[in-house]
Design a protein around this ligand. Sequence first.
Ligand SMILES: C[S@@+](CC[C@H](N)C(=O)[O-])C[C@H]1O[C@@H](n2cnc3c(N)ncnc32)[C@H](O)[C@@H]1O
Length: 244
Amino acid sequence: MAAYDPLAAHYDAVTGDCSTESAFIDSIISCRQRRAVTLLEVACGTGSIMARLAGSYQVSGLDISAGMLAVAREKLPEKTPLYQADMSNFELGTTFDVVLCVYHGINHLPDFTAWEGFFDCAERHLSRGGLLIFDMLTIRDLEMMAAMPQIVQHCDDSRLVIQVRASDEMAFDWNIELFGGPGDAGQPLLTGVIRTASFPAGRVRTSLSRRFPRVREISSGGSLVDADSENRTWFACTKDGPAR
Ligand SMILES: C[S@@+](CC[C@H](N)C(=O)[O-])C[C@H]1O[C@@H](n2cnc3c(N)ncnc32)[C@H](O)[C@@H]1O
């Protein structure tokens, strides 16, 4: 069972609206790959971002969790391709103008070999001139989260309590407890541990530069992005060749 399977039915309730995030992503694509038509979201989860982008792009999604993909299926246009696969090692036999991986999907890969596996897969699945966009939590971001007693996300009548704890220099466990729903008696509806990792931004940049001729770090400051997004570092990497 994938780590997110038990969370799938509750995920949207605790993550809330993603319109600001989707608008920010759309603005990056419009600025750097204006003619993009096809888009693959990797670690797409329950598909909320894809559903918003589906009005502008032909979207496809990939995730390791069958539970998350089942929720995504319900909100996406019929016949949207959804793939259950590991983002560090996949082969779909097609290419896309944009490969996207957001909400720190990459931090779920436990070691740098897996991060580089993802960069290779993304590069291989991009059309010429295509764009990889992803965000990551830096080691510093995760250390700051680990220094907090807990992080609480409220939405509607659900409450997700997260305690981030370092398990080594670059690995951080997210201990989660979900509360809420009718008849909440103070007992969590579910508990779990999500493993995350991060690596120095310089190492990430060097690795990307070996695969992509243009690598840009994007500031998420400004009015388009909410406070949560400002804690993440965004990359936009362009594959060689003329854009579509
Ligand atoms: C924080 S959620 C992000 C979901 C979505 N991108 C969003 O914006 O809501 C992380 C997602 O990464 C997926 N994931 C974790 N490890 C993965 C892997 N190795 N390959 C593919 N997906 C993975 C999880 O199943 C989960 O759906």
